[in-house]
Design a binder for this molecule. Sequence first.
Ligand SMILES: Cc1cc2nc3c(=O)[nH]c(=O)nc-3n(C[C@H](O)[C@H](O)[C@H](O)COP(=O)(O)O)c2cc1C
Length: 167
Amino acid sequence: MKVLVTAASRHGSTFEMAEAIGRTIGARGYTVAVLPIENVTGLDGYDAVVLGSGVYMSFWLKPARDFVEANAAVLRRKPVWLFSSGPLGPAKPGAEPVQIPEVIDAVQPRDHRVFDGRLDTSRLGFGEKAVVWAVKAPAGDFRDWQAVEAWAAGIADSLAQENGAAA
Ligand SMILES: Cc1cc2nc3c(=O)[nH]c(=O)nc-3n(C[C@H](O)[C@H](O)[C@H](O)COP(=O)(O)O)c2cc1C
C-alpha cells in the first residue's frame, strides 16, 4: 500500500509534522511519499492520504483548500486523515482554532486532528508580526511530537486492520 502524506505550510512547521507522520507510517511497513502540497500532481497510485495545513486566521492555507476543492471526488473515495497545526500556548476556552467544515464535508475524512503549532517570530513578515502582536499569541514551539507520532501510528493500525496486513 502506498500512502501520501502532504501538507500546506507557510513557515515549515506543519511540513515537519508531515515528515514525522510519514516516518511513523513508513516504519510500519508502508510505502510513503511525503510531499509539499504544491508538489502533488495527482492521487493515482495512492491508497490512502494524510493531508494537513497550518492554520491562519482560523482557516487552512489556500493551497490546501484549493487542493481539496480540485480533488474532492477522488479524496472521498480513499481513506483520508486530516490534520491542522495551529494553536499556540494554553488553549483558550471556547476558542475554535480552525474552521474547515467545507473541507470535512468534501472529503469525509476518517479523522481530523488539531495539533499545537510553532510560532517563530523571526520567520514572520511585518503583517504577520502585527497580527501576532495584536492577538498576543505566544511565540514558541508547542508541537507535541509524541501526540503526532501516536496519531500516525493509529493511522497505520487502521490501514492494517482494513487491509489485513501492511504493505
Ligand atoms: C498571522 C498568524 C495567524 C495565525 N492564526 C491562527 C489561528 O487562527 N488559529 C490557530 O490555531 N493558529 C494560528 N496561528 C498559528 C499557526 O497556525 C502556527 O504557527 C502553525 O504551526 C504554523 O504552521 P506553518 O509553520 O506550517 O506555517 C497563526 C499564526 C500566524 C503567524
